[in-house]
Design a protein around this ligand. Structure first.
Ligand SMILES: Cc1cc2nc3c(=O)[nH]c(=O)nc-3n(C[C@H](O)[C@H](O)[C@H](O)COP(=O)(O)O)c2cc1C
Length: 397
């Protein structure tokens, strides 16, 4: 943590006093610490305590006159935002995007990772509103340090006690490590469907939205990589830091991907490339009154195989959308296409495509296997990058 920049938000709960011990630990580990207290937190603990520990002013209001706008400046200066303890109230505000004080404005303006450690009475924790709000935040990639069961301020035992200091420190440290573990890497990602025109208004395509590749791009940027994203037609908005090549057909995607590939240290092919295209594209719209036609198809290029055949030191990851015999098919593809890892996505039924939850199984050489359980694609993207970083570290060692 030495030299790293941590922003600590403290909310109005009994456990606010424990945030002082945490602040002390963070400072002792050599980090630079800024602290925001909510108005309610100050009923439980004073700003002077944190000012003395952090050896700098503590932030308690949006309206302090400074040259910079405090909530923007604080999150731009920090590398991680830890909210400890997080009250039911602040959790609800974060889930809804409400920004009515300094802490919630900072959270909404944060492009840095957020770690929250909830603490509250058991009934508040188990209330369906809190359960749903925590699930929403988790799906957006917020790290939640789960509260423990134990003795509560109400003099009863139950769930809702603030997680231990070690667990919170571990979560902050792991998050900080993740912000840099792709520094220096140049990542190439293909994402989205392709469209193969039949005539000027009709095409062959598939249900891919590009969400998985876009989330992988967002996560890679957050971890310090430079990102080239070759993106098929989708309305999902890519992250602003990526270099985006918009393409439509498989052949355009292949051209763009192969042009970017030589500079890539890691390439991930998530795009659902149409396997076939119409042999002929009509220059004008085929009329309803025309005779019924049969559609002759020809095979599209296999972009993943082309990347595998030409790779020169690039760590290449393929995606396999399978509806049955997933692992056997994927292992065969891993070898045949010269991949370093393959992520298997079960797309039987409605699963796999779009913004909903999904699950992945990652396979790599010598029987390597890791399951990433059902979660939002943002969370899965984090898990897949963790896996790729681990495999590369192991194979280099
Ligand atoms: C004595 C006392 C203890 C409280 N402890 C908690 C708590 O542990 N967790 C919690 O979520 N709310 C707790 N509350 C309620 C919060 O203080 C209240 O929701 C407040 O609006 C939170 O403000 P903030 O979220 O902006 O910090 C407590 C209230 C009182 C009066």
């Amino acid at each position: 943590m030495n030299g790293r920049r941590v922003l600590l938000g403290v909310c109005g709960g009994i456990a606010a006093y424990k945030a002082a011990a945490l602040a002390s630990r963070i400072v002792q580990r050599g980090a630079d610490l800024d602290v925001i207290l909510t108005a309610e937190a100050q009923h439980f603990i004073g700003a002077a305590t944190f000012a003395a520990l952090a050896r700098r002013r503590v932030w308690t209001s949006m309206w302090e006159r400074t040259e910079e706008i405090p909530h923007i400046a604080l999150v731009r200066a920090a590398e991680v935002f830890a909210i400890v303890p997080a009250t039911a109230n602040v959790i609800a505000k974060l889930a809804q995007g409400i920004a009515d004080d300094l802490l919630t404005n900072a959270a909404l303006a944060a492009r840095i990772p957020i770690v929250i450690a909830p603490a509250m009475n058991t009934a508040m924790l188990e209330h369906p509103a809190t359960v749903a709000n925590l699930r929403t935040l988790e799906a957006r990639g917020v790290t939640i340090v789960a509260p423990e069961s134990g003795f509560l301020a109400e003099r009863e035992t139950g769930a809702g006690r603030l997680a231990g200091e070690d667990a919170i420190m571990d979560a902050i440290e792991a998050t900080l490590a993740r912000t840099r573990d792709l520094a220096g890497e140049r990542v190439l990602i293909t994402a989205g469907p392709t469209r193969e025109p039949i005539d000027p208004v009709r095409f062959l395509s598939n249900a891919s939205t590009g969400t998985m590749g876009i989330e992988l791009a967002r996560e890679a940027l957050a971890r310090g990589a430079t990102v080239d994203l070759v993106l098929g037609p989708t309305s999902v908005v890519p992250p602003s830091g990526a270099q985006v090549d918009r393409v439509t057909t498989a052949r355009e995607m292949e051209r763009a991907a192969l042009a970017r590939a030589p500079g890539a240290t890691i390439a991930i092919a998530t795009a659902a490339v149409a396997d076939w295209r119409p042999a002929e594209t009509h220059a004008s719209k085929v009329k309803k009154t025309d005779d019924p036609q049969s559609l002759a198809l020809e095979r599209n290029p296999d972009i993943l195989a082309a990347l595998g055949a030409r790779k020169n030191g690039t760590f290449l990851v393929g995606f396999a959308a399978e509806t049955d015999a997933h692992e056997a098919n994927a292992r065969e593809k891993l070898v045949r296409k010269h991949l370093d890892a393959i992520a298997v996505n079960d797309v039987s039924g409605e699963r796999g495509f779009g913004a909903g939850d999904s699950a992945l199984t990652v396979l790599w050489g010598n029987g390597g296997r890791r399951e990433l359980p059902s979660a939002s694609k943002r969370v899965l993207a984090g898990g897949l990058w963790d896996t790729i970083v681990t495999i590369r570290r192991e194979t280099r060692a």
